[in-house]
Ligand binder design. Structure first.
Ligand SMILES: [Fe+2]
Length: 125
């Protein structure tokens, strides 16, 4: 059972959450779609959406923002207002170095349920 107040005390990360299959995790963990292998120095599209199951976008309950990183390197952020936006973005990114495995991380914030992290590996050649 998830203690909802405790959600605000940390970044909720599906890697260490026993509850990753829980309904609340499925609505909040960012899902990232990228090519498995990309060419270093060339832009590729990364699609980031919040939740395997669509999160609501209502005045009382909504996703406030998504930030994204390669490892711990900050790349960007999108802010959302409720009702008229869907917390889903496609952004063009490029990796500078070849032969590296890079982790693309996305962190979202729900006004009621706190911070949630999703991640995926990208290989560059
Ligand atoms: Fe939420």
């Amino acid at each position: 059972m998830i203690n909802e107040k405790a959600l605000f005390c940390k970044i909720n990360n599906p890697q260490d959450a026993a509850d990753k299959e829980s309904p609340i995790a499925k609505k909040h963990v960012p899902v990232i779609e990228v090519p498995q292998v990309v060419n270093a120095g060339e832009y590729f599209d990364a699609k980031i959406k919040v939740g395997e199951v669509e999160h609501v976008s209502e005045n009382e309950h909504f996703i406030q923002w998504i930030e994204f990183y390669i490892g711990n390197v900050y790349l960007g952020r999108y802010d959302f207002a409720p009702v008229m936006t869907k917390p889903e973005v496609t952004v063009s990114l490029k990796l500078s170095h070849s032969g590296l495995d890079s982790t693309l991380r996305a962190i979202s914030r729900c006004n009621l349920h706190g911070l949630w992290e999703g991640a995926t590996q990208i290989k560059s050649k």
